[in-house]
Design a protein around this ligand. Structure first.
Ligand SMILES: N[C@@H](CCC(=O)N[C@@H](CS)C(=O)NCC(=O)O)C(=O)O
Length: 209
């Protein structure tokens, strides 16, 4: 039994949903209402002292950090290694993209939008420039290739797809970045679980309307 603590709108949770679908793992979904502080209860803190979602509990084994979860799901349950190939160079590139997503792309989203959405702060133009820079980087990575880490779909695409769909919901103009735009339209079609990701995005959308 794989328990999954999550919220449908949360971008890192959505990436786990897509990866689980891709490897055929059924998640026993447990909604965690952050606004009600359900992540701060003694029971949940015992599972994840860092109190973040997504959190996975696979037969008693607890894991959080979405990108670590993606890799775990593929290594433990993938019928092939295609989403996270064993080849050291391919894997290194995938890791680079995962860290890029966590530290640069998703971070730029959080730094610019979260203060506006959750604290009603004014938009910070410097933080917006960081988003544009991150998209320029991603656009460059995608030059001449179909997927973010090469010629096939990997967990890096899944993580970045969850992030880029959040940008779409936030009305960031992705179309300015031709390679990203092309990748995004394709990734939507070929990534298992995209529909559920988008349904989660629509729950998140209310913050941007
Ligand atoms: N880097 C983490 C970020 C997880 C994260 O910050 N999740 C948010 C919801 S989207 C959360 O749990 N916030 C509650 C908290 O940090 O106490 C990941 O990718 O899993």
């Amino acid at each position: 039994m794989v328990d999954f603590y999550y919220l449908p709108g949360s971008s890192p949770c959505r990436s786990v949903i897509m990866a689980a679908k891709a490897v055929g793992v059924e998640l026993n979904k447990k909604l965690l209402n952050l606004q009600a502080g359900e992540h701060l209860t003694p029971e949940f803190l015992k599972i994840n002292p860092q109190h973040t979602i997504p959190t996975l509990v696979d037969n008693g084994f607890a894991l959080w950090e979405s990108r670590a979860i993606l890799v775990y799901l593929v290594e433990k349950y993938g019928k092939t290694d295609s989403l996270y190939p064993k080849c050291p160079k391919k894997r290194a590139l995938i890791n680079q993209r995962l860290y890029f997503d966590m530290g640069t792309l998703y971070q730029s989203f959080a730094n610019y939008y979260y203060p506006q959405v959750f604290a009603k702060a004014p938009a910070d133009p410097e933080a917006f420039k960081k988003i544009e820079a991150a998209f320029e980087f991603l656009n460059t990575f995608l030059e001449g290739q179909t997927y973010v880490a090469g010629d096939s779909l990997t967990v890096a695409d899944i993580a970045i797809l969850a992030t880029v769909s959040s940008f779409e919901v936030a009305k960031f103009d992705i179309s300015k970045y031709a390679n990203v735009n092309k990748w995004y339209e394709n990734a939507k079609k070929v990534t298992p679980g995209w529909d559920e990701n988008w349904a989660g995005c629509l729950e998140f959308k209310k913050y941007f309307d």
